[in-house]
Write a protein that binds this ligand. Structure first.
Ligand code: SAH
Ligand code: SF4
Length: 374
């Protein structure tokens, strides 16, 4: 069977090279060709022996998911739709900012958690992505952007696992993908610049803290179990006190000294002053080891058909942020990016309907912003 080398972290690739009768250090050269130079074939790898390249060509490949479409927002955000086969599609979104370039990556086709406010959740679960499929979003986007900007320099400085799917419900594929992102011979991203976002799969948070402690974001969305059971059904399995204890344990190993709590602002549902005050009690409770050091990221709800929910007013969001900030908790309100191409948080549904016409009308070349992100 052909091995897709995008599936292997450096350790895995070294093992594979040994199987082929090659020295382990050859794996480093091969790995750099793949991830740093974006090679998709073996011919160009001229510093590897021809015999090795020929061997590879018959048994291995470097195969990213095919791109179905690419839409560019007026704000410079770029969204790619990838074909995951069998009618499944997943999305990755590049968000350029002044001081960084962030890629939002998907981990599953669909999602089994089924949060009420999430378009991916409404779609249901199709399947886990493989390591190669997770990595290929970064591999493709990074080399696409370098080509466009005509540079060898790294463009993507941050990765957030905040696309489609619950990354901690695809743990075995996630961890090698993270290792490839972090590897100095791969994308060389620091642990602080790779964020796993989870709806709260407690046992896997503990495993991640041991196997590959990257920055952690936890999708909280509610300050009490009654409300959270309704919004994030996984809460019925891992209720808030367990989740907060897990956050506290994670922090002992994390590259940052805080957890980011994401909170989707839903009009009349979780956005009252009372909810903000309950949140303060929750994160400060003594039973999770002197409270959990955290920041809050308030996400204005991005509506989609069939959710039946409404975005909080900007006054409500400001007031909510004020209560948290005045209590000493750093709180940001997420800017909505790419909503003209349905690339904003929670709008990713792997929609394969042809939107090219609208996309092209809205698309603007924003090379300047891309350059600013370097
Ligand atoms: N499954 C993971 C990661 C993907 S979702 C998680 O839930 O954390 C990434 C973030 O987008 C999460 O915080 C999620 O709650 C938020 N989100 C989902 N749907 C949204 C919507 N419609 N509007 C705003 N944010 C949303
Ligand atoms: Fe899944 Fe995250 Fe969406 Fe919830 S918010 S359904 S966990 S992708």
């Amino acid at each position: 069977m052909t091995v897709n080398l995008l599936d292997l972290d450096l350790e895995g690739l070294a093992g594979y090279c040994e199987e082929l009768g090659e020295k382990r250090f050859r794996a480093t050269q091969l790995f750099r060709w793949i991830h740093q130079k974006g090679a998709s074939g073996f011919d160009q790898m001229t510093d590897l022996a021809r015999s090795f390249r020929e061997k590879l060509a018959t048994r291995a490949c470097i195969k990213a998911m095919p791109v179905i479409s690419c839409h560019e927002s007026t704000d410079g955000t770029i969204k790619w739709l990838f074909d995951a086969g069998d009618g499944n599609a997943v999305e990755a979104v590049f968000i350029p900012e002044e001081d960084r370039g962030t890629l939002c990556v998907s981990s599953q086709a669909g999602c089994a958690v089924g949060c009420r406010f999430c378009s991916t959740g409404h779609q249901g679960f199709s399947r886990n992505l493989t390591t190669a499929e997770i990595v290929s979003q970064l591999w493709y986007a990074e080399h696409f952007l370098r080509q466009r900007l005509n540079t060898d320099e790294r463009i993507i400085s941050n990765v957030v696992m905040m696309g489609m799917g619950e990354p901690l419900q695809n743990y075995s594929a996630l961890v090698p993908a993270l290792r490839i992102m972090l590897d100095d011979h791969g994308y060389g991203l620091s642990r602080r610049r790779v964020t796993v976002s989870t709806s709260g799969v407690v046992p896997m948070m503990d495993r991640l803290s041991q196997d590959c402690p990257v920055a952690l974001a936890v999708s909280l969305h509610a300050p009490n179990d009654v409300l959270r059971n309704d919004l994030v059904p996984l809460n019925q399995k891992y209720p808030l006190h367990e989740l907060l204890n897990a956050c506290s344990r994670y922090l002992a190993h994390a590259p940052r000294d805080f957890v980011t709590f994401e909170y989707c602002m839903l009009d009349g549902v979780n956005d009252r002053a009372e909810h903000a005050r309950q949140l303060l009690d929750l994160v400060r409770r003594q039973d999770h080891d002197r409270g959990v050091r955290c920041k809050f990221n308030l996400i204005p709800f991005n509506p989609f058909p069939a959710s039946g929910l409404v975005r909080s007013s900007s006054a409500a969001i400001q007031e909510f942020a004020r209560i948290l900030t005045e209590a000493g908790i750093v709180t940001t309100i997420r800017k909505t990016r790419g909503d003209d191409i349905d690339a904003a948080c929670g709008q990713l549904a792997g929609d394969v309907r042809d939107r090219t016409g609208a996309g092209e009308r809205m698309a603007r070349r924003r090379t300047i912003m891309l350059q600013a992100a370097r």
